[in-house]
Design a binder for this molecule. Structure first.
Ligand code: HEM
Length: 261
């Protein structure tokens, strides 16, 4: 066995040969386009990893574990938003020079992004419709359809803090998206007021949720300035489709109670 080095621990030889521009002659900006998407996918992988832990923390009532991990996920989210600045240095004409090479490939088909939405609680059928069964990871996404979400596990957490979660909420059909519930909001509200440590967690969850919406907004603006009203390579109407989820929260109940605080 060769001694462990920086390069073989990180498998750099493999990693650094995974950038394969398709344009000939090579368009300078295609490298950036590939690297930025690969970087996003790596961060999506890390987010999925963190949220698996958060799910366990929630069910175990581990408040400080969840606080710690939400701090990390919201910080990753800020990096994901910040990275858009780099891609916005690519002009529309530069993108057009290799866009045809993308054929029908699109972030629309990112299985990990969909997994993230599903794992959090935003299970929308449109996502499955665009992930073909032979895509790598399509089976993982299918498994997530039937799994309890981060929001479902959040209900577990609230119960460990003495909240009353109605049976129909606890036994809901987990293949559907999570939605708001006024009875749950009442319980969260009283914890907000009585338990400062829980309110820290609720604020961090709201930070993450706001970060995801911020990412959606910045992505839409990136799309608008780069391709305008053109349709997406993934076959959606483009910007109008993306606007559908723009202000949609993950943690509905945490947003709904804010007028009462
Ligand atoms: C020039 C840059 C970009 C353009 C023009 C662009 C364009 C689009 C368009 C038009 C869509 C709608 C679906 C379609 O019909 O294709 C879309 C969806 C999506 N894109 Fe991008 N995109 C860009 C960069 C990125 C980057 C850097 C990421 C990072 C991973 C990304 C991730 C996504 C995701 C996850 C979706 C699905 C969003 C949803 O369903 O709400 N895109 N993109």
């Amino acid at each position: 066995m060769p001694p462990l080095t920086y390069a073989n621990y990180l498998d750099l030889e493999k990693l650094l040969t995974l950038q394969k521009p398709r344009s000939t002659p090579a368009e300078h900006d295609e490298m950036l386009f590939i690297i930025i998407h690969q970087t996003y996918e790596l961060w999506f992988k890390q987010l999925l990893h963190e949220f698996e832990k958060i799910k366990m923390d929630f069910s175990a009532g581990d408040l400080f574990g969840a606080i710690h991990s939400f701090k990390r996920t919201r910080t990753i989210m800020k990096t994901l938003v910040g990275q858009i600045d780099i891609l916005e240095t690519m002009t529309p004409s530069s993108f057009s020079s290799f866009r045809d090479r993308l054929e029908t490939a699109s972030g629309f088909q990112s299985v990990q992004f969909r997994e993230l939405e599903y794992l959090l609680g935003y299970k929308r059928p449109v996502a499955l419709a665009h992930v073909k069964p032979d895509f790598p990871g399509a089976d993982r996404l299918q498994t997530r359809v039937g799994e309890r979400t981060v929001v479902d596990r959040f209900y577990d957490f609230l119960e460990t803090r003495g909240a009353q979660i109605p049976d129909d909420v606890k036994n809901r059909d987990v293949t559907q998206p999570n939605g708001p519930d006024e009875r749950v909001q009442k319980e969260i509200l009283s914890l907000y007021k009585q338990s400062p440590e829980c309110s820290i967690l609720f604020e961090l969850m709201t930070d993450f949720d706001e970060g995801l919406q911020e990412w959606r907004y910045r992505h839409i603006k990136l799309v608008e300035r780069t391709i305008g009203a053109k349709k997406g390579t993934g076959g959606s109407p483009g910007v109008p489709f993306l606007k559908e989820s723009l202000f949609r929260p993950i943690f509905h109940d945490l947003w709904a109670i804010r007028r009462e605080l």
